[in-house]
Design a protein around this ligand. Structure first.
Ligand SMILES: *Cc1c(COP(=O)(O)O)cnc(C)c1O
Length: 395
C-alpha cells in the first residue's frame, strides 16, 4: 500500500486545476499587459481567476494580490504593516510562538530593525486566548499576526474573536491562513481580517503561486519593484496559468468543503483513537478545534526521524513535525510552544490526510505505526530506563 499522509507539506495537483491550466498553457501565452487581443484575453482570464478567488473568501477582486506563494504573502503583509508602523511611531507587533517560519523569521528581522515583538503563548491545547491577546495590544501596536490553523498540530484559532478585538482597537490584523484556505469556511468581512495569506499548493493547486488578501485602504509596500502589475503592488509578468489553476482548485475545494471535511474528520478521529491506544503516547493540540485532516502524536522513548524512515519502508509518507529534516537537531518550535519537553517533542509524528483518505488506509497506518513504535522502543536506551523505573514516564 502507498499512502500519502503529508498534505500539510503539499498536496497533489487536482484534476480541476490541471484541466483549467492546460488550455491556458497551450493557447493563452499572451502578456496581460499587451494591448493586442492575445494579451487582453490573458488579462481577462487572469481577472476572472482573481474574481473567483475573491468570491470564496468574500473579498473584492481588487483586494487580491497574486504572489509566488504563502511565504511571499506573509513577508509582504508583515513588512507592509511594519513600514506603516515605522512611519506612525508604532513599533510593537503581537504574534504567537507557533507561527510558520515565514512569519517568525520576518518578525526576527523586524526585531533587529528596532521593533518590539510580543509572542503570545498558545497553551497546551495549541490555542491562543483572546483575553491574553487583548491585554498584549498597546497604543503603539501596529500589527497583530495570528495564524488561522497551525501547520504542525492543526489547531484552529478563534479568528473572528481576534478580528473583533483588533478592529475595536484599530490595529491591523493579519492571518497566515495557508493551512485553512480551501479547507475551512472563511469570510474576511465577517471575521474582520485586514490581511490574509494563502498558498495554492496546500489546496491541490500548483506550486509557486498564492495570494495575499489586503482589505481596501490597508497600505502595502512592494517586495518586488518593476512594472505596474497587480495594481502596482507586485511587479513581474503574471503567471496566468498558475493563477487559473489556483482559482479552479479553490473553487472546487469550496464547492465540496463541507462533505470533504465531514468525511476527513471521521478518518482523522479513527486514526486518533487507534494511535491513542499505543502506551505512553499523546495527541498534540486540541482534539476538536483542529483541521479535519490533521493528526499529530508524541510517542515517548523514540526518535521521530527513525519512525518516519521505517514508515516510508512500509509505504507511508508522513512528517515528524521536527526541524531535524532541515539539518537542525532542535525539536519542533510548535511542540515546545505547547509545553512538550525536548525528549518527548523528538518522538513526534504528523499525519495529514487528504480528501480521498479511506478507513482501510487509516487502519493500515495505525497497525504499522503501532508495530514500528514497539520495534523502535525495543532497542531504545531511553525506553529501557523508563521501563526499569530509572526515569519517570512523562506521557
Ligand atoms: C506552507 C506554509 C507556508 C508557506 O507557503 P509556500 O507557498 O510554501 O511559501 C506558510 N505558512 C503556513 C502555515 C504553511 O503551511
Amino acid at each position: 500500500m502507498k499512502i500519502y499522509a503529508d498534505n500539510a507539506a503539499t498536496t497533489k495537483l487536482g484534476r480541476a486545476a490541471l484541466e483549467a491550466m492546460l488550455p491556458v498553457m497551450e493557447e493563452e501565452y499572451g502578456n496581460p499587459s499587451s494591448l493586442y487581443e492575445l494579451g487582453q484575453r490573458a488579462k481577462e482570464i487572469l481577472e476572472k481567476a482573481r474574481a473567483e478567488i475573491a468570491a470564496v473568501i468574500n473579498a473584492d477582486p481588487r483586494e487580491i494580490i497574486i504572489t509566488s506563494g504563502g511565504s511571499e504573502a506573509d513577508n509582504q503583509a508583515l513588512l507592509s504593516a511594519a513600514d506603516r508602523g515605522r512611519k506612525t511611531g508604532r513599533m510593537h507587533i503581537v504574534s504567537t510562538a507557533f507561527e510558520h517560519h515565514a512569519v517568525l523569521h520576518t518578525l526576527a528581522k523586524l526585531e533587529r530593525e528596532g521593533f518590539e515583538v510580543t509572542l503570545l503563548p498558545v497553551h497546551e491545547d495549541g490555542l491562543v486566548r483572546p483575553a491574553e491577546l487583548s491585554a498584549a495590544i498597546r497604543d503603539d501596536t501596529c500589527l497583530v499576526s495570528v495564524m488561522y490553523a497551525n501547520n504542525e498540530i492543526g489547531t484552529i484559532q478563534p479568528i473572528a474573536e481576534i478580528g473583533d478585538i483588533c478592529a475595536a482597537r484599530g490595529v491591523t490584523f493579519h492571518t497566515d491562513a495557508v493551512q485553512a484556505v480551501g479547507h475551512l469556511p472563511i469570510d474576511v468581512r465577517a471575521q474582520n481580517i485586514c490581511m490574509l495569506s494563502a498558498s495554492a499548493h496546500k489546496f491541490h493547486g500548483p506550486k509557486g503561486v498564492g495570494f495575499l488578501y489586503v482589505k481596501k485602504g490597508t497600505p502595502l509596500i512592494n517586495l518586488i519593484e518593476g512594472g505596474a502589475q497587480e495594481s502596482g503592488r507586485r511587479a513581474g509578468t503574471e503567471n496566468v496559468a498558475a493563477a487559473v489553476g489556483m482559482a479552479a482548485s479553490l473553487k472546487d475545494s469550496a464547492a465540496h468543503m463541507a462533505e470533504n471535511a465531514e468525511r476527513m474528520r471521521c478518518i482523522r478521529d479513527r486514526l486518533i483513537k487507534g494511535l491513542a491506544a499505543i502506551p505512553h503516547s499523546a495527541l498534540n493540540g486540541d482534539a476538536e478545534k483542529r483541521l479535519p485532516g490533521n493528526v499529530n502524536f508524541c510517542f515517548e522513548g523514540i526518535e521521530g526521524e527513525s519512525l518516519l524512515l521505517l514508515l516510508d519502508d512500509r509505504g507511508i509518507c508522513a512528517s515528524s513535525g521536527s526541524a531535524c529534516t532541515s539539518g537542525s537537531l532542535d525539536p519542533s518550535h510548535v511542540l515546545l510552544a505547547i509545553g512538550r519537553v525536548h525528549d518527548v517533542a523528538h518522538g513526534s509524528l504528523r499525519l495529514t490526510i487528504g480528501e480521498d483518505a479511506t478507513e482501510a488506509e487509516a487502519d493500515y497506518i495505525v497497525k504499522n505505526v503501532t508495530e514500528v513504535v514497539e520495534y523502535l522502543r525495543s532497542f531504545s536506551p531511553i525506553w529501557r530506563d523508563l521501563e526499569a523505573g530509572k526515569k519517570p514516564y512523562i506521557l
